[in-house]
Design a protein around this ligand. Structure first.
Ligand SMILES: Cc1cc2nc3c(=O)[nH]c(=O)nc-3n(C[C@H](O)[C@H](O)[C@H](O)COP(=O)(O)OP(=O)(O)OC[C@H]3O[C@@H](n4cnc5c(N)ncnc54)[C@H](O)[C@@H]3O)c2cc1C
Length: 458
């Protein structure tokens, strides 16, 4: 049966690469989610066109075989982790930038274009696509499927806010185009928004139309040190309402910052006494076209932060700012190398951040766990790296964090997605009527439940 499926797939393809059996490279067995076991699939099909996507899906549907869509495999929820006996359908080689439209301020890309590739092309023309999740090797198809966020979401929102249209393929092979190079539409249900964040469970994304912006000329950064872990939270409302909304507003606890800075060897010029006293830091980055204005705004922000308890504000050089951003992007690897058992990306209303940090601290003490926080404080989205090797205690810690977050109006995942890693927690904490409605939407798109089954929904 499995041999015949692979044979049929080979039969309908022009140029796609197919790996099967022992020839399947190990990287396709997993994504980057911690704690999700790797799995060998039936085969991996690396497609090159929307028609190949459609043909593979039709064969799979006919044979009743599950399909797991995949971009670069940098996801943190196990969404691209294969299922036994499934076909992994990789869009990594659908990597053409179809068009950069300088009049409509849009870029149309195939799903396999990486963020780094797009940024390079846009930079040459003086534009930027402003969504920057911490992994530039990720694909735009993966970003759309996970509704990726990242450090600049505080200013530009997440993928959802920057995608105007998509092309995607249903499990029965039907090619659907939604949205377009226009900025508003009230023409029926918004399928683009439904596909964004659906984690490969509703359709395989083959193209996306993205908003692009003129690339600002300058950035300035400052790093503020605080003696208590939750003091930075009180600065957030004022900063996100300031005249020049920060491009980046990131929280790091002291241990996390020192480990990240050490990893990328950035010297931030901090004094020993500050490092001894500080328990948390806030990184603020502004962008604009006029250097003088930016410098002035940075000084005003430093005054605000000092009045709210910062013991020191370091004005970083361009190089230090860029290096610190790189350091912050390495947070996942720092935590992984240090032995973190899981990383949560729970989101809460900004006004609840101080209480959320306090609950996490008390929980860590009570369960003898270590919880390190770093992340997008401006979005109410501080990531927790949890060090707790006992699986049942780890589960208890996570459950309590999710329950508390939901009780104060938050959600299980802000940007990494549910995948398989957080599915049980979603079921344990979410409204069952809402989950039932999601299941009915899934059935409308994929009646035989073959596209990335078991991800998000049971
Ligand atoms: C170091 C590091 C830092 C990160 N920082 C951030 C961050 O700041 N913010 C953030 O949001 N994420 C972050 N991530 C997570 C990850 O980069 C994003 O989730 C990214 O969007 C995944 O893209 P990908 O191409 O690797 O997708 P994959 O991992 O291959 O897949 C992710 C999900 O999308 C589905 N999928 C992939 N391609 C398609 C397609 N063409 N059609 C339909 N479904 C598809 C998969 O089935 C899976 O469910 C980080 C990851 C790492 C390793």
């Amino acid at each position: 049966m499995s041999d015949s499926v692979v044979a049929q797939i080979l039969d309908v393809l022009d140029s796609a690469k197919v790996f099967e059996g022992d020839d399947i490279p190990e990287r396709y067995f997993h994504d980057e989610a911690l704690g999700v076991p790797p799995q060998r699939p039936l085969c991996v099909v690396v497609v090159r066109s929307v028609h190949e996507v459609s043909a593979v899906l039709r064969v799979a549907l006919e044979a009743n075989v599950a399909v797991v869509p995949r971009g670069s495999g940098t996801g943190l929820a196990g969404g691209a982790t294969p299922l036994a006996g499934a076909i992994v359908l990789s869009t990594e080689l659908m990597n053409s930038i179809v068009e950069i439209d300088q009049e409509n301020f849009t870029a149309t890309v195939e799903a396999g274009v990486t963020l780094a590739q797009l940024d390079e092309a846009l930079k040459a023309l003086g534009f930027v696509y402003p969504v920057f999740p911490g992994e530039l090797g990720s694909t735009l198809g993966g970003n759309v499927a996970t509704n990726a966020g990242g450090m600049r979401a505080v200013k530009y929102g997440v993928t959802r806010h920057q995608v105007l249209g998509t092309e995607f393929v249903l499990m029965n092979g039907t090619i659907v185009k939604s949205g377009g190079k226009y900025v508003k539409s009230t023409s029926g249900y918004d399928l683009t928004q439904l596909i964004i964040g659906s984690e490969g469970t509703l359709g395989v994304v083959t193209q996306a139309i993205l908003r692009i912006y003129p690339r600002p000329k300058h950035t300035v950064s400052l790093l503020a040190a605080f003696v208590s872990p939750d003091e930075p939270t009180s600065c957030v409302p004022e900063l996100v309402n300031s005249e020049n909304l920060p491009l980046v507003l990131e929280f790091m606890d002291a241990a996390g910052l020192y480990a990240m800075a050490n990893r990328v060897k950035v010297d931030l010029g901090m004094s020993g006494s500050v490092m001894e006293a500080a328990q948390s830091y806030l990184l603020v980055m502004l962008e604009g076209s006029k250097w003088d204005e930016l410098s002035l705004q940075r000084e005003e922000i430093a005054q605000t932060l000092t009045s709210r308890g910062a013991i020191e504000c370091y004005f970083l050089t361009q190089k230090q700012g860029e290096d610190l951003l790189l350091a912050r992007e390495s947070a996942f690897w720092v935590s992984k190398e240090a032995g973190a058992n899981d990383i949560l990306d729970t989101v809460v209303p900004r006004s609840e951040l101080a209480g959320f940090l306090k609950v996490a601290k008390e929980l860590a003490m009570r369960t003898n766990s270590y919880i390190s926080g770093a992340g997008h404080i401006g979005d109410g989205n501080i990531h927790f790296s949890i060090f707790q090797p006992d699986p049942s205690l780890l589960d208890e810690v996570e459950e309590e964090i999710f329950r508390y977050a939901l009780s104060i109006g938050g959600a299980v995942s802000a940007e990494h997605g549910i995948g398989i890693a957080k599915r049980q927690h979603l079921y344990d904490t979410e409204d069952s009527d809402k989950l039932e409605l999601m299941s009915r939407i899934k059935l409308a798109f994929d009646p035989k439940w073959l596209l990335n089954p078991g991800k998000i929904l049971r």
